[in-house]
Design a protein around this ligand. Structure first.
Ligand code: F6P
Length: 530
């Protein structure tokens, strides 16, 4: 067990020594700390000096990572070993962004080499045709609207990347994202679209996901209703999936299918063919730049010493607050409007990965906490909503601030106003301010930790580096907690029960014998008397 490791016990003892120390004190005793406690890679600068740590904390956290075998686990991932043990799969999203001929796993997992680039070439050809107005719909008009249908990793990555890189997107094209099985999502997304100019990308790794198939069925009906002929499906539907048979069974020509592999986890798939909508929006060259940013961070993670390794540092700091300070959450606060869906994207990446309570050896985890809750909103909006709790609440919420030196939309003083708030917030959280006498409600106790991530400007490469940073931070956490961050069995039970319950929602079906709450709810839903 993690908590039995001497390196963990050493951290517990160290925590007892420094838990009362204030960030004011850390900075007073070590005025150069802000110049020293930073690290840089792949265009990202990380200031971690406003954390409740000393050099000794970092040394002990690194020792814990070594003790947990992080180095070997990183190598095992990149080499394509089957580290997703519960699903008996390799974990090779890093091969999706390795330059041609440079996948470290291609020798053992051949698909991770050249086939990755063949799919990218196929995507580029398709994206270029569509962007040039040469992909024609059933009536001969060029496609102008792209609707991505998918959920979870087949939605959150594409929608986040589309929003993040909108500045670079082709404004002649309209993009929509449909994920929820709630019919409102599909209806609103397509309300103002002409079917003859609309292409649906059905994105699903398994091609069995209930929400996605229901939305894809409605999309097909919507297309048929407008265009009249089943032949239209070939021109208006493409698929992104690992499951060719299911795609064919749905009626999509597998020539219009973009494949990927079982070693790409859903939440690690935005740089696979799942990113087709991103590539159509920004073009193959910029998509390639994004992959380059991912790869630069991958190489940094794989080779940099732990004490200068951004994902390792961020992962270990998450462990530090989660396991020693008892922090329950991490707030991610991007000061860039284009990153408005980044916290939502991170929720799946982090919580589907580390929301586990069984070790890799199948032991229940009883003596330590695993995954914290990730949440957030873009600044400065969050400041006028939940920052009150960050500054004066009783909970400790470590924060990640993300900001850029240059705005993509320079407008008067706006960018300086925005960035002044980043620096002010992390300062206020760290150092606080004493209340005037008799006004305790004005007290800012401070000592609230944060990281600040800065980059030049939000480019495709920087987005790739940022996502890879969090992916590998999550990996680091998973290694320390000895869990499998690549499975998601916790989503199964609800799915199965929904299938079981579905028939009893039909008008004449008998209400099943069930727990009294479920029966009462079913009766209410169906308008039956008690
Ligand atoms: O329900 C969770 C999940 O399995 C995610 O892990 C995945 O990203 C999502 O469903 C969608 O799955 P698919 O791409 O197979 O439709």
């Amino acid at each position: 067990m993690l908590t039995d490791r001497p390196s963990y016990k050493a951290l517990q003892a160290h925590y007892q020594q420094i838990q009362q120390r204030h960030l004011r004190d850390f900075f007073e005793k070590d005025p150069a700390r802000g110049e020293r406690m930073n690290a840089e890679a792949a265009g990202l600068y990380l200031d971690y000096s406003k954390n409740r740590i000393t050099e000794e904390t970092l040394r002990l956290l690194s020792a814990l990572a070594e003790d947990c075998g992080l180095r070997d686990r990183i190598d095992a991932m990149f080499q394509g070993k089957k580290i997703n043990v519960t699903e008996n799969r390799a974990v090779l999203h890093t091969s999706l962004r390795a330059p041609r001929g440079q996948s470290l796993a291609a020798a053992t997992v051949p698909d991770a080499g050249e086939p990755v680039h063949q799919v990218l070439d196929h995507m580029a050809k398709f994206a270029n045709r569509l962007r040039a107005g040469q992909w024609l719909g059933h009536t001969g008009k060029p496609i102008r609207n792209i609707v991505n249908i998918g959920i979870g990793g087949s939605d959150l990555g594409p929608v986040m990347a589309y929003e993040a890189l909108r500045h670079y997107s082709d404004r002649k094209l309209t993009f929509r994202f449909v994920s929820n099985v709630d019919g409102t999502d599909f209806t609103e997304a397509t309300l103002d679209l002409a079917a003859e100019e609309t292409l649906f990308i059905v994105a699903s790794k398994t091609f069995t996901t209930l929400e996605t198939l229901a939305n894809a069925e409605s999309a097909r009906q919507w297309t048929l209703d407008a265009l009249g002929s089943p032949a239209a499906v070939a021109k208006h539907f493409v698929a992104v999936s690992t499951a060719a048979e299911e795609v064919a069974a749905f009626g999509i020509d597998t020539a219009n299918m973009f494949g990927f592999w079982d070693w790409v986890g859903g939440r690690y798939s935005m740089d696979s063919a799942i990113g087709l909508s991103t590539m159509i929006a920004i073009g193959p060259d910029r998509f390639g730049e994004m992959l380059g940013g991912f790869h630069a961070m991958d190489e940094h993670f794989r080779t940099a010493p732990f004490e200068r390794n951004l994902p390792v540092l961020m992962g270990l700091l998450t462990v530090w607050y989660n396991n020693f300070f008892g922090a329950q959450t991490v707030a991610v606060l991007p000061y860039d409007q284009y990153l408005k869906r980044f916290p939502a994207y991170l929720q799946q990446l982090t919580m589907e990965s580390t929301g586990k309570s069984v070790t890799l050896d199948g032991e229940p985890i009883a003596t330590y906490q695993t995954g914290p809750i990730f949440w957030g909103e873009p600044g400065t909006n969050g400041q006028h909503s939940f920052y009150q709790l960050l500054h004066q609440g009783t909970k400790l919420v470590p924060c990640d601030f993300i900001g850029f030196r240059h705005s993509l939309n320079p407008l008067g003083r706006h960018h300086d106003l925005l960035m002044a708030n980043v620096f002010a917030q992390s300062k206020a959280l760290a150092f606080g301010q004493a209340a005037p006498a008799g006004e305790p409600y004005r007290n800012f106790e401070g000592n609230r930790p944060s990281n600040t991530i800065l980059a030049e400007r939000l480019t495709p490469a920087i987005l790739g580096a940022l996502v890879a940073l969090y992916e590998h931070s999550v990996f680091t956490q998973g290694v320390v907690w000895n869990i499998n961050p690549f499975d998601q069995f916790g989503v199964q039970l609800g799915k199965v029960l929904a299938q079981e319950i579905l028939p009893s929602l039909a008008r004449n079906a008998p209400v099943p014998a069930d727990d009294s709450s479920t029966v009462a709810l079913l009766r209410r839903y169906r308008g039956l008397s008690a």
